[in-house]
Write a protein that binds this ligand. Structure first.
Ligand code: TRP
Length: 467
C-alpha cells in the first residue's frame, strides 16, 4: 500500500502546517490584486456570483482531488500521477497532465514575480512618504511612471525572484512555517483595518451593491473569466496543491482541511473587494481600470488617513508576503520533480528554474512599456493577425501568458486531475484516502468530483469556443 510512504523532500509537522502552506499558496495577488480588478472589468456582482459557484462546485472538488493524489503518491506531481496510474492499471501517460501543469506554474511565476515586484516598489515609496495626501490623479500618475520604467521593474522583478528561489533552495519546510504563522493572521488584521477605512468613505454600500447585486442576464459574460480565476486563486490545476499534499501527514482529514483553505481564500478575496471598491467610488476612479486598480486605489486611501504611511507600508509588505508564499508554491512542483529525476542538488535546480522564469518574465515587464504596442492575436474587422505592431485590439505578451495559463492550461490541468481522481483511481481508493466517516458526505463529495466538476469545466470550455 502506497499511502504509508513518506516524501523524500520532507513532511509538514501537522495538518495545521498544510493549512498554512496551502492557504499561503492560495491567498496571494489573486485575491488582493486580481479579484478586485477582474470584478471591475467584468461588471461586478454577476462575476462575483459565478466566481463563488465555480469555487465551491468546481474548484474545491479539484483541490480535494489534487490533495489526495499528492498524499497517496508522496512524490512530485509527475511521479505521483505515474505511480498511481500504474497502481490503478491505467496508462503512465497521465503524468503528462502534471508536466503541463508544472509548466503552467512556471509561466504564471514569470508574470507573478513582476507584479509582486510592483509591491516592493510601493513598500519603498510608501515608506518614504511619497503618497502623503496624494490625489487619485497623483496615484494614477505614480503607477504609470512605475510601469513605464522597464529597468525599475526589472530590478524589483529580480529581487522578488531571488526571494522566491531563496526559500525553495532552503527547503520549504524549514523557513516557511514560522513566517506564515505570523504573517497570515497579520494580513487578515490589516485587511480588516482597510475595510474599516473604506466604511468611513461614505461609499461602502455602493461598493457592497457593486459586488453583490447582479442582473441574471449578465451571468454568462464573465463566466469563463470567473472559472479561470477560481482555479488561479485556489492554486489548482498545476500541481502546487498536489506537491503540498505529498508532504501532508497520513492521519490528517483531507476534506475539512481543503474546505478550510477554500473558505479562507474566498473570505480574503471578498474582503479585499469590499475594502477596495468604496475607495474606488469615493475617489471617482474607474472600476474597469484593470491591473492597476489596487496600485492606484490603495495609495489614495493610505495617503489620506492618520498613520496612513505606516499602515500603507505594512500593507504592501503583507501583499509581498502573500505573493511570496504563493510564488514558492509555483516553483516547488518542478523543483521536486527535478530533484527526484536528476542528480542535481536542490539549490542548483532552483537557481536554473528561477532564472528561466525570470527571463520569461522580462516579456511581461516590457508589455507595460517597450513592447506596449506589440499585440498578439489581433482581430481587425474580421481579419485575424497572429502578431501586429500597434493594433487597436489583441493581447500584449503579458496578456498572452495570462490567457494561456488561466483560460487554457489551468482548466485542462484541473480537468485531468479531477478525472484522474474520480474515474481512474476509483471510488474505493478515494474513499480510503479521504476517510470521511460520514457516508452521505462522501457520496456527495465524490459525485462533485466525478461528475459536476468535469462537466462544469467542459461546459465552460465549450462555451468559450462557441462564443
Ligand atoms: N493562488 C495564488 C493567488 O491567488 C497564485 C498561485 C499560487 C497559483 N500557486 C498557483 C495560481 C498555482 C495558479 C497555479 O495569488
Amino acid at each position: 500500500m502506497l499511502s504509508d510512504k513518506v516524501s523524500i523532500h520532507g513532511a509538514w509537522a501537522s495538518r495545521w502546517v498544510f493549512i498554512l502552506a496551502a492557504t499561503g499558496s492560495a491567498v496571494g495577488l489573486g485575491n488582493i490584486w486580481k479579484f478586485p480588478y477582474m470584478t471591475g472589468m467584468y461588471g461586478g456582482g454577476a462575476f462575483v456570483m459565478m466566481y463563488l459557484v465555480c469555487i465551491f462546485l468546481i474548484g474545491l472538488p479539484i483541490m480535494l482531488a489534487e490533495t489526495l493524489i499528492g498524499r497517496r503518491g508522496r512524490q512530485s506531481p509527475i511521479n505521483s500521477l505515474k505511480t498511481l496510474a500504474v497502481e490503478s492499471g491505467a496508462a503512465p501517460r497521465w503524468s503528462w497532465a502534471a508536466l503541463m501543469g508544472m509548466l503552467a506554474a512556471l509561466l504564471i511565476l514569470s508574470f507573478y514575480s513582476v507584479v509582486a515586484g510592483w509591491s516592493l516598489d510601493y513598500i519603498v515609496n510608501m515608506g518614504r512618504g511619497q503618497f502623503a495626501g496624494v490625489s487619485a490623479e497623483g496615484a494614477g500618475g505614480a503607477f504609470a511612471t512605475l510601469t513605464a520604467d522597464p529597468w525599475r521593474l526589472v530590478l524589483w522583478h529580480t529581487l522578488f525572484m531571488l526571494l522566491t528561489g531563496f526559500v525553495i533552495a532552503r527547503g520549504v519546510v524549514a523557513g516557511l512555517e514560522r513566517s506564515l504563522r505570523i504573517m497570515m493572521p497579520l494580513l487578515f488584521v490589516l485587511l480588516l483595518v482597510l475595510l474599516g477605512y473604506s466604511m468611513t468613505t461614505g461609499y461602502f454600500m455602493q461598493g457592497f451593491h457593486f459586488l453583490f447585486d447582479f442582473q441574471p442576464g449578465k451571468l454568462l459574460d464573465g463566466m469563463l473569466a470567473a472559472m479561470g480565476h477560481a482555479f488561479f486563486t485556489l492554486s489548482v490545476g498545476v500541481g502546487s496543491i498536489m506537491v503540498y499534499g505529498a508532504y501532508m501527514p497520513r492521519n490528517a482529514s483531507i476534506g475539512s482541511t481543503v474546505l478550510a483553505v477554500g473558505i479562507l481564500d474566498t473570505l480574503v478575496a471578498l474582503t479585499a473587494g469590499l475594502a477596495l471598491f468604496p475607495i474606488v467610488f469615493a475617489a471617482g476612479l474607474d472600476v474597469g481600470e484593470g491591473p492597476g486598480l489596487m496600485f492606484v486605489t490603495l495609495p489614495v486611501a493610505f495617503g489620506n488617513v492618520a498613520f496612513g504611511q505606516v499602515m500603507g507600508t505594512l500593507f504592501f509588505i503583507l501583499v509581498l508576503v502573500a505573493a511570496w508564499t504563493s510564488s514558492i508554491s509555483m516553483l516547488e512542483p518542478m523543483v521536486a520533480y527535478l530533484v527526484e529525476r536528476t542528480r542535481l542538488s536542490r539549490a542548483w535546480v532552483t537557481a536554473g528554474l528561477a532564472f528561466i522564469c525570470w527571463f520569461v518574465g522580462l516579456g511581461t515587464v516590457f508589455s507595460f512599456n517597450l513592447w506596449k504596442q506589440a499585440k498578439f492575436f489581433v482581430n481587425e474587422g474580421g481579419v485575424f493577425h497572429l502578431y501586429q505592431w500597434d493594433a487597436a485590439s489583441g493581447l500584449t505578451f503579458f496578456g498572452v501568458i495570462d490567457f494561456l495559463t488561466s483560460r487554457i492550461m489551468l482548466p485542462l490541468g484541473c480537468l485531468a486531475f479531477v478525472v484522474f481522481a474520480g474515474w481512474v483511481m476509483g471510488r474505493e481508493t478515494v474513499r480510503d484516502e479521504l476517510a470521511m466517516g460520514n457516508a452521505r458526505l462522501f457520496a456527495v463529495t465524490f459525485f462533485l468530483m466525478r461528475y459536476v466538476a468535469p462537466l462544469g469545466i467542459l461546459i465552460v470550455f465549450a462555451a468559450q469556443l462557441w462564443a
